[in-house]
Design a protein. Structure first.
Length: 128
């Protein structure tokens, strides 16, 4: 029996399957679909350290950042926009509230001196 020119010989067919199998075997590890384990890089850090690592790029000091907000409101804001977990947001909010100082600085002691009333300005005299 003669083989027509359209068919490949058995050794060539085997070699093709071998090359295809090797290509799939080498590509399969690259297609690993397992999810990467997420790590909480803020875990175990103190609140001042959290501020230094994440906030100090934009803010020189933690003072005044709470701006008189309630701790819960501040925590929810931090959780939504800046922190990785509720615990981190809570610790950072507690810290910011504890160091919050009003923008004007500490209140002054003592009363201001009363001002003397000014005399009303007189209109210029009209020439006759």
């Amino acid at each position: 029996m003669q083989h027509s020119s359209g068919f490949r010989s058995q050794p060539t067919l085997r070699r093709g399957w071998l090359v295809l199998g090797a290509a799939v075997a080498l590509t399969f590890p690259l297609l690993d679909t397992t999810a990467a384990q997420a790590q909480n890089l803020d875990l175990g850090k103190t609140a001042p350290r959290l501020f230094t690592d994440t906030c100090s790029a934009c803010h020189r000091s933690p003072r005044g950042l709470a701006k008189g907000r309630y701790r819960l409101t501040l925590m929810m804001f931090l959780k939504e926009h800046y922190s990785t977990s509720s615990n981190t947001a809570s610790e950072l909010a507690d810290y910011l509230v504890s160091v919050d100082v009003p923008q004007g600085g500490p209140p002054r002691t003592g009363a201001k001196k009363p001002r003397k009333p000014r005399a009303p300005a007189q209109a210029p005299a009209k020439p006759d």
